[in-house]
Design a protein around this ligand. Structure first.
Ligand code: ZN
Length: 691
């Protein structure tokens, strides 16, 4: 791909034909073709990158002022597609092909594309192209890429599914907001999962409530507010206390003209309004601005504006107060942050104040407690950048173990630097109990909690994924191995907490794998197969008490029933019903598929296998929302074919019963687990964790 990073060699004025029109929701760019020069697009656009006609990835592109430049495309490629791009280049251009010395990689890829097109034309003339227009009105039903399918997994490869599962495939696609292209289910002869086709018929499903912090992508916030209310639980004691502390830090004199940046749904705005004479409330998401307007209807002195604080100019100043909380992490880089700090300083009148409230990010200060967020910086850098802005100086600061609130003032030009009073700093313990979803995001490597033993790693390169079934002390003798005594369970979980373990998620492990970097902290995953009622009654209260999360795998045809597959050994255990599952979901428990019928997948035909995959996933998503991306193969029965079919049905993670620690390069659809059987005492358990 020589020349790809050299901006001047590849651009041209005219857009190549494969770039869609300016009002499309997505743009497709093949990296073999010249990159399009600047062009106008919708502000919310997904960039689809292909190389030699093979999809590499699809990412929302940040398009400042709606002008998509080749630099933006390069940024997306570099940040998102790097490794998968290399893999595809090698696969398409080099593997099993001679390596002529006189041809470049680019030329070899061009040959591969020509060959691919010719082959497709020869094999299926009518279906040669997989573009949406070309496949319409054929007897081919094309299942487009699942929004959740990341690069480098089975979800990013093409696959054929048995036509008998057309109905299930269509059902799943529509529950994901995807349009299936081509024939109706009954007349389709082939179901083609084609991740390079991207069609959306309705907004994407809501992200889970306990989400990792948002990426630096303005469209994310629009989606977030459009799909759920109060996504960060602003009414909790924790957030309300932070609001009070922010207001307490403000100067006594009533500001004449105030500006709030990132007002979200107006929970703070409504408290700030009585304290100022005039207020402009802004947010990047139109939905958020509208909700603030509704919440603050009683205050005629507020005006509203949709505003991207990184890329847009601020409303005309000067202001004597600017509020900017829980948002500057998303500036993305220190350079962007400096620009924003300068904009804010410029918009303040001399003597005016800006107040900031932001969380500590653990990666930034590893010896301090902080949020385990995948963000480049937190309160520390934000404070430093504002303090380094020439016009501003820190007046007051309130520190808690996990966040800081800071008040800066714009200098009055006639006051020399020497006359500035030093800042008043106050540190206090956490004033409120943390809501569970907040507590789970925090790493406590400080004196406020018992320190982890000195030998414990602070990074996890080999992840223990524990496999539990029942937590109970009664049941058929033959199944004793799958039944752990509740006291033993409590002992194990207490040990994990004391040893400094914290829960990891599949998504965190995927990101670690992609980055080839161990997970921060001492991490573990706790999985429970079958969804027995004792998880609800016995296991979850213990896990909750120790702030662990869990992933429970459900056989969807049996919900509310019993473990029928165990019936021959004695009275089978009862399974949770959907109401209980929904309640646990509200508490933050994750769920995955354990197939529909608890089937031994390696004994099934492709068709039956695909049906198990599609039906169970759709059932859970319809009952509790999705996307559901993980599966535990019943009896641990899995092979490459099972993985491939589940990948084509939108699964990203699969867990087996192979007993070892998870390595960073294990295939995501075949992750090993450590079985916690009933005969393990605490010493055995500790040994098991060591692998
Ligand atoms: Zn099972």
């Amino acid at each position: 791909m020589e020349g790809f990073y050299a901006p001047n060699t590849l651009e041209r004025r005219n857009d190549p034909p494969h770039v869609k029109s300016a009002d499309a929701e997505w743009l497709s760019v093949d990296l073999l073709d010249p990159l399009p020069a600047h062009r106008r697009v919708k502000p919310r656009v997904d960039l689809v990158l292909t190389v030699a006609d093979v999809a590499v990835c699809r990412r929302p592109a940040i398009v400042p002022r709606r002008i998509l430049s080749s630099d933006t495309i390069r940024a997306v490629v570099t940040a998102e597609a790097g490794f998968e791009l290399c893999r595809i280049c090698v696969r398409e251009a080099l593997l099993q092909r001679p390596l002529p010395a006189d041809r470049t990689l680019r030329q070899l890829l061009a040959d591969a594309r020509t060959h691919r097109r010719a082959r497709a034309q020869a094999l299926a003339p009518r279906h040669a192209a997989s573009t949406p227009s070309a496949i319409a009105n054929t007897r081919l039903a094309v299942l487009p890429r699942y929004p959740s399918a990341p690069c480098g997994t089975s979800g990013s490869r093409r696959a054929l599914l048995p036509r008998a599962v057309a109905n299930e495939a269509r059902h799943l696609a529509s529950s994901q907001g995807l349009a299936v292209v081509g024939s109706s289910a009954s007349s389709a002869t082939t179901i083609f999962y084609s991740p390079d086709v991207l069609l959306r018929s309705s907004p994407r499903p809501a992200p889970p409530r306990v989400a990792p912090p948002p990426p630096t992508d303005p469209t994310y916030f629009d989606q977030l507010f459009a799909t759920q209310r109060d996504p960060w639980d602003y009414t909790s004691d924790y957030e309300q206390t932070k609001y009070r502390q922010t207001l307490d830090l403000l100067p006594a004199a009533k500001p004449r003209r105030a500006l709030e940046l990132a007002c979200a749904e107006g929970h703070f705005t409504v408290q700030l309004a009585p304290r100022v004479r005039e207020l402009i409330a802004t947010d990047v998401a139109a939905t958020a601005v509208q909700r603030t307007r509704e919440r603050c209807a009683a205050f005629p002195h507020i005006s509203y504006q949709q505003l991207d604080l990184i890329y847009d100019p601020l409303p005309a100043g000067p202001f004597d107060l600017i509020v900017c909380s829980e948002v500057l992490y998303f500036a993305g880089s220190r350079a962007n942050l400096e620009v924003v700090a300068q904009k804010i300083a410029d918009a303040l009148e001399p003597g005016g104040h800006v107040v900031l409230a932001h969380g500590n990010v653990h990666a930034e200060e590893p010896t301090q407690p902080g949020f385990d967020w995948d963000l480049p910086f937190g309160a520390k850098t934000i404070g430093e950048v504002f303090a380094a802005t020439p016009e501003l100086h820190l007046v007051r600061e309130l520190r808690t173990p996990i966040y800081r609130i800071q008040l800066f003032q714009r200098r009055r030009p006639w006051l020399g630097k020497l006359l500035l009073t030093p800042p008043v700093r106050r540190s206090i313990p956490l004033p409120t109990q943390l809501p569970d979803h907040v507590a789970r995001q925090i790493i406590w490597e400080s004196s406020s909690r018992p320190a982890s033993p000195a030998t414990s790693p602070t990074r996890t390169a080999q992840l223990p994924i524990l496999m539990y079934h029942r937590i109970a002390d009664d049941g058929p003798e033959a199944l004793a191995r799958y039944r752990l005594d509740p006291q033993r369970f409590e002992q194990q979980i207490t040990h994990l907490a004391a040893a400094g373990y914290r829960s990891a998620t599949f998504e965190e492990w995927r990101a670690a794998r992609e980055a080839k970097r161990p997970l921060p902290g001492k991490r573990i995953m706790l999985t429970f197969d079958d969804g027995c009622i004792d998880f609800y009654n016995t296991a979850w209260p213990v896990l909750q008490r120790h702030k662990f999360n869990a992933i429970v795998f459900l056989p969807t045809d049996e919900i509310g029933g019993v473990c029928r597959w165990d019936a021959r050994y004695g009275p089978p255990a009862s399974l949770m019903n959907w109401d209980q599952i929904r309640e646990l979901r509200e508490d933050g428990v994750e769920f995955g598929s354990h197939t529909a019928t608890h089937a031994m997948l390696t004994g099934l035909t492709l068709e039956e296998m695909a049906r198990e995959a599609l039906r169970s996933r759709t059932a859970i998503e319809e009952q509790i929302g999705g996307p559901i991306l993980s599966v535990a193969y019943p009896f641990g029965a899995c092979d490459r074919i099972v993985e491939s079919v589940f990948g084509a049905c939108g699964y990203v993670f699969g867990v087996t019963c192979e007993s070892r620690l998870c390595e960073i390069d294990d295939r995501l659809l075949a992750l090993p687990r450590l079985e916690v059987s009933s005969d393990l005492d605490l010493d055995d358990f500790v040994e098991l964790l060591a692998g």
